[in-house]
Write a protein that binds this ligand. Structure first.
Ligand code: AMP
Length: 939
């Protein structure tokens, strides 16, 4: 007869439960008995109370456990006469150990001010485990706790407190992967909070703190009251970042890309990135007014910076991303840039380019883009091998600091648990603990390729900015802060106590830093001047170009033939879904010129030709592989085994990368990611596609703050294209409009291109022009829906091989121009409604002109077209959108300029409306018929 425990494991084992599952379940039970299923709980309880081993020898059971993989160290036995009995106290001790691992952080000393308390602290007293001081000297088996197999309860407790409830509060038991958990657990317990840094490193830490404090004091005295969003209170960030960069270099990193908001940014710029402090002082004094290539510039605490530094592992390039005031939005931008850099380096292990995202405590918990960014972290199209997140947790957001005002979670970092990222809360006044967790985080990322979070718990010495009075809203906090010594002072005293340096040495360090600031040179000593780095991108061909720069977008006939065959080719034995098979068959006919080509064919040809010419293509969006409207089919799905074949990845040997991504269902973070990618890769056609165009407003921050103004504010070019399905087809308010008017309203200084192509050939040339023209400006395209399959919206081979993108298209029917008295101007799908009606009614005195590019408005082309219609007296702008939307108000001045002096342009379109479209198809049809008649002058 077997004992109960053995039978239990055996039956579970036979029923398919893995040993590691049992082990994990048992750990869970030890941590919280209520958290496991009641059947298991009863069994584990039984085991704890009376493990009956009468008829099985102790060694047999041990061997059995060993075989089923259960970590026998977890289960302690008391010895005796060939049998063993589990000691209930032993189990309590193991429970205590697990509880510290899981909840030790509730009691950790992570807040320098001592104000923060975990809202739901677990009771970790001995009594709560039915242990007492009387047990302190008893030896227990410790399971897999670091140190000897058996330790006294006192030793166990000391290790647990030092590891889990000292100045680091580690959260990692939410991670399901046992290997990751074990790894963190072993590292932490082995270190046992006694992080032994060499003297040299400790001095460097003090140097970093000296720089952090020194700069803020200097700025505070030179420019009193000027906004600088001081780092003071979170000073440990500086030695932390410096060490992280050095360690990254040692671990093989070549680039570190950083995103951060305004708090502490000037400090990072000068003390980490190596920006010359004199340049910063000049900015404070208002001297540096204009940025390179830009026209508006930006405030100093939004500015980015690039530099190279020497580390113990070799040179590392540093890039701090430009960012707006909109907190957290820069994170996905940084990740996009990192992905582009990793791809350029063929850095498949993601070890060469490291993303560092610095957050604020209120924003990291309050802003939805953080969650979106975490969600992207392991998704194929956005993977960068994990990010290092640092939260500058100064426990207050502007004037809001009460827990239940700022968030509904215990920690500001709880969102990170959704991707099972480990979180290390660390006391900002203990810079050695800060350095320790930073190195641990880097190591974790390198090993497991996942996100990891460091919650740098600190405070804000001044108000939100230096002109703010924090006592008005945070009186108790600021009474504490006033009396609290600076991180530098605390650490200086510690090093003096430990005899690492003398008080004079410490003072000299401070004086030296001040002197360095006065020299007007960079304070970052390992900065490398004029470093020629590998994989640098040359942006010079794209600088100082105009939107009229020429672009030969035609294709030779032989090239057309070659590429069109490639895009139609797929393995003979690939079973396709019947509609897709038919479509590929049609494409073959289009390739031969047997039928006219549709949108999907022309678009695919554009990508093929760009790839053939050496440009990469990255098409990312909501259902982009197939296309929302079943028109693209860039990805062919094998109907038998669900494998995929992507013809555009088989254009030629050694072709550039073609990437098509069905994106996570986010607009904000995904568009920000694509923007970041595009600002780092001018030779890639980067496209973000919305499922329906109006969804772009979920990413309005990216459009307003980056895409439309990044070049003007920061001199950063981007050739990102936005494909936004747009058109009034009776689908209701939400699926009709990509809000063309918003993009036109943002248009100025030739910042973006707003295009509404009406034929497949136009789409072809537009896509090619975006890369071939040496101009990198965002391209906003109102892409079609019904035109994808419209009988008139088709193109010929000639139009692709001989043509080019036409910013405006003249009337296509052979009307007698001298008889034309009315000219209708329009963009997009309504053109075909107008054309059909005009033909049906034989209105040969009405010409229809298409404006294919609404911004920059093609004045010259339109004027040339207009000049041919000498008798024209009536001019109309026709649009499908309501009058307050679409192009009418934003482009009216351009239309007025296009018509002869003294003429006026009339409006034909829907009446002004709050919603973009009506919800009823019948009303939609009535409106559409009326606006077409109005435009053509039909009574
Ligand atoms: P980074 O690798 O981002 O540090 O960029 C290195 C340098 O390349 C910058 O200092 C700029 O001179 C230039 N650069 C990078 N990105 C852009 C861009 N999007 N537009 C124009 N110049 C850029």
């Amino acid at each position: 007869m077997k004992n109960g425990l053995e039978a239990m494991f055996e039956s579970a084992y036979l029923s398919g439960s893995s040993a590691s599952y049992l082990e994990e379940l048992y750990e869970q039970y030890l941590e919280d008995p209520q958290s496991v299923d009641s059947d298991w709980r009863v069994k584990f309880d039984e085991f704890a109370k009376n493990a009956d081993t009468k008829d099985v020898s102790h060694s047999d059971i041990r061997e059995h456990f060993r075989q089923i993989g259960l970590n026998r160290q977890k289960i302690a036995f008391t010895q005796g006469g060939g049998s063993s009995v589990a000691d209930p106290k032993q189990v309590k001790v193991l429970h205590l150990i697990e509880s510290y691992r899981a909840r030790g952080h509730h009691h950790a000393n992570i807040d320098p001010l001592g104000l923060w308390k975990h809202p739901y602290p677990t009771n970790l007293s001995l009594e709560s485990f039915e242990l007492s001081e009387a047990d302190l000297d008893t030896k227990f088996h410790v399971g897999n706790l670091a140190g000897p197999d058996q330790q006294t309860l006192k030793e166990i407790l000391q290790r647990l407190k030092e590891t889990y409830s000292n100045t680091i509060g580690a959260e990692f038991l939410h991670i399901n992967d046992l290997t990751e958990r074990r790894w963190i657990q072993e590292k932490l317990e082995e270190a046992n909070s006694s992080h032994k840094f060499r003297e040299e490193t400790r001095k460097k830490i003090l140097e970093g703190l000296t720089a952090a404090e020194g700069l803020e004091k200097y700025l505070g005295s030179k420019f009193p009251g000027a906004k600088r969003f001081s780092l003071e209170g979170g000073d440990s960030l500086i030695p932390m970042m410096r060490d992280m960069i050095n360690q990254s270099g040692i671990n093989g990193a070549k680039e570190v890309v950083i995103g951060m908001a305004h708090r502490g940014r000037l400090n990072v710029l000068v003390n980490v990135m190596g920006k010359n402090p004199q340049v910063l002082f000049d900015e404070f004094a208002g001297k540096n007014a204009v940025v390179e290539n830009g026209s508006s510039g930006d405030v100093k605490y939004h500015m980015g910076y690039s530099n190279d530094v020497e580390t113990e592992g070799g040179p590392v390039h540093l890039a701090l991303a430009f960012n707006p005031s909109h907190l957290e939005i820069v994170s996905p931008v940084v990740l996009g840039s990192v992905r582009a850099r990793q791809e350029r380096r063929n850095d498949k292990e993601c070890d060469q380019v490291i993303p560092v995202l610095i957050h604020g405590d209120s924003a990291v918990t309050g802003q939805g883009v953080v969650m979106e960014t975490f969600n992207m972290s392991q998704a194929r199209g956005f993977y960068v091998g994990g990010s290092i997140h640092i939260v500058i947790n100064n426990q207050v957001g502007f004037t809001t600091s009460k827990l239940h005002d700022t968030r509904s979670t215990a920690y500001c970092t709880d969102v990170a648990k959704m991707v099972e990222a480990p979180v290390f809360h660390v006391n900002g006044d203990d810079p050695e603990a800060v350095l320790y967790v930073t190195r641990l985080a880097l190591e974790f990322r390198k090993k497991f390729k996942k996100d990891v979070v460091i919650d740098l718990v600190c405070y804000r010495r001044h108000g939100h900015n230096e002109a703010d009075e924090p006592n008005a809203t945070q009186p108790l906090m600021y009474q504490k802060i006033k009396k609290h010594p600076t991180p530098r002072k605390i650490y200086e005293d510690r090093l003096i106590d430990n005899k690492v340096l003398s008080a004079d040495d410490a003072k000299k360090m401070l004086d030296d830093y001040r002197d360095l600031l006065d020299t007007g040179k960079s304070v970052v000593r390992n900065r490398i001047e004029n470093h020629k780095r590998e994989f640098n991108v040359d942006w010079s061909p794209f600088l100082n170009q105009t939107w009229q720069s020429p672009a030969d977008t035609g294709l030779s006939e032989s090239k057309f033939k070659e590429l069109s065959e490639r895009i139609c080719h797929y393995p003979k034995d690939l079973p396709l879904q019947s509609r897709v098979k038919k479509l590929m068959g049609e494409r073959k006919k289009m390739a031969k010129g047997e039928v006219k080509m549709d949108w999907g064919f022309a678009e695919t040809m554009a990508y093929a030709s760009l790839l053939d010419q050496g440009f990469e293509v990255r098409l990312c969006g909501q259902d982009s592989g197939r296309g929302t409207f079943f028109h693209r089919h860039a990805v062919l799905h094998d109907q038998d085994d669900a494998e995929v074949y992507i013809p555009l990845q088989h254009i030629k040997d050694d072709q550039p990368q073609f990437t098509v991504i069905d994106s996570v269902l986010s607009e904000e973070a995904v568009l920000a990611f694509e923007y970041g990618y595009s600002t780092n890769e001018p030779n890639s056609m980067v496209i973000w596609e919305a499922q329906f165009g109006d969804f772009a407003n979920g990413a309005q921050v990216v459009i307003d703050q980056f895409i439309s103004s990044g070049e003007q504010k920061w001199g950063r070019l981007s050739g990102l294209s936005l494909f936004l399905p747009h058109g009034y087809e009776g689908q209701g308010p939400e699926h009709s409009s990509a809000r063309l008017e918003r993009f036109l309203q943002l248009s100025a200084e030739h910042n973006i291109q707003v295009v509404v192509p009406s034929t497949p050939a136009q789409a072809f040339h537009m896509i090619r022009r975006q890369m071939i023209r040496p101009l990198r400006k965002p391209l906003v395209v109102m892409t079609p829906k019904s035109l994808l399959r419209h009988k008139l919206a088709v193109s010929t081979v000639d139009e692709l091989t001989k043509g080019q993108f036409q910013n405006a298209i003249d009337e296509i029917d052979s009307l007698d121009k001298n008889k034309v008295i009315r000219i209708v101007m329009c963009s997009g799908k309504v053109y075909y409604d107008l054309l059909e009606k005009r033909r049906e009614q034989e209105l040969n005195n009405v010409a229809i002109i298409r404006i294919e590019q609404l911004y920059p408005f093609p004045h010259e082309e339109v004027k040339e077209i207009m000049a041919q219609y000498k008798k024209a007296k009536e001019f109309v702008w026709c649009q499908e959108e309501p009058q307050n939307q679409g192009a009418w108000y934003c482009s009216r001045h351009n239309l007025d300029e296009a018509v002869p002096n003294g003429s006026k342009v009339d409006y034909a379109g829907r009446e002004a409306s709050a919603a973009p479209a009506v919800g009823y198809a019948s009303i939609h049809n009535e409106q559409q018929a009326k606006l077409v008649k109005d435009a053509l002058g039909i009574k």
